[in-house]
Design a protein around this ligand. Structure first.
Ligand code: SAM
Length: 226
């Protein structure tokens, strides 16, 4: 069996450039090419770490199309690293389709441990982290209500990704489906200058955030059903 990975999934910082592992830097230097969700963003990272390597665009809008050509290159013996805009590829970012296509072709895949937003948010929340459900982004329209109904009964801590513009709407809908009393937290700008985590019941958070102009990146963590 081929034990040499053809594809590495390499997590990149979610804000603080110091959150790169030594191995992540080495792999990005050694692979034949880097698949990047956002070549401009990755360019900044590569420059910071003096990594000179070829970037190939691989994002949500071309990943279906570029899949065959990438897999063919890997089958011919090239080795690639996939990086997303920030955090771990495959976590609310492109990655899954390529991993599945590689595995189908018996190409070895290795995912490096590293930055991702939901782990520090979950641990910071003070809510149980032994069992949790990573919900990620709720669908915007179709399927949103069904998903909210589905998760309302889970006993596990719930983890959501949300944009600052939709935070109030999310909290309002969580109150509608889960009630106002569950403990929750909103982690904003993790690893960045204005990092903060605000904890309280959903009702308290709703009051706080309806009065604030919210900016930055956000993870919402909510207590499971008792
Ligand atoms: N792949 C990333 C990961 O591993 O976390 C997630 C990418 S997803 C497109 C972007 C979302 O992740 C943001 O909308 C926010 O919910 C969350 N996120 C990313 N960076 C964050 C940060 N520094 N602080 C809080 N949330 C963050």
């Amino acid at each position: 069996m081929n034990r040499n990975p053809s594809l590495y999934l390499v997590p990149t910082p979610i804000g603080n450039l110091e959150d790169m592992t030594f191995r992540a830097i080495r792999i990005l230097k050694e692979v034949d090419f880097i698949l990047s969700e956002d070549t401009r963003q990755t360019g900044i990272l590569l420059k910071h770490y003096e990594i000179r390597n070829k970037l190939v665009s691989h994002h949500q809008f071309n990943e279906h199309k570029s899949l065959d050509s990438v897999v063919n290159r890997l089958k011919s013996g090239e080795v690639a690293a996939l990086v997303s805009d920030a955090g771990t590829p495959g976590i609310s970012d492109p990655g899954f389709l390529l991993v599945r296509a590689c595995l189908k072709e018996d190409l070895e895949v290795e995912s490096l441990p590293g930055p991702t937003a939901f782990v520090p948010a979950l641990v910071n929340s003070g809510l149980p982290c032994d069992s949790f459900l990573f919900v990620g982004f709720l669908p915007h329209k179709k399927g949103r209500q069904t998903k909210l109904k589905e998760i309302a009964t889970t006993p596990y801590t719930l983890v959501f990704y949300e944009s600052p513009y939709r935070l109030s709407k999310l909290i309002t809908q969580l109150i509608e489906h889960l009630g106002p009393d569950r403990q929750a937290s909103v982690s904003r700008e993790l690893t960045k200058l204005y990092e903060e985590t605000i904890r309280g019941t959903l009702q308290e958070l709703s009051e706080q955030f309806s009065e604030r102009d919210v900016k930055g990146e956000i993870v919402v963590v909510v207590e499971g059903k008792k």
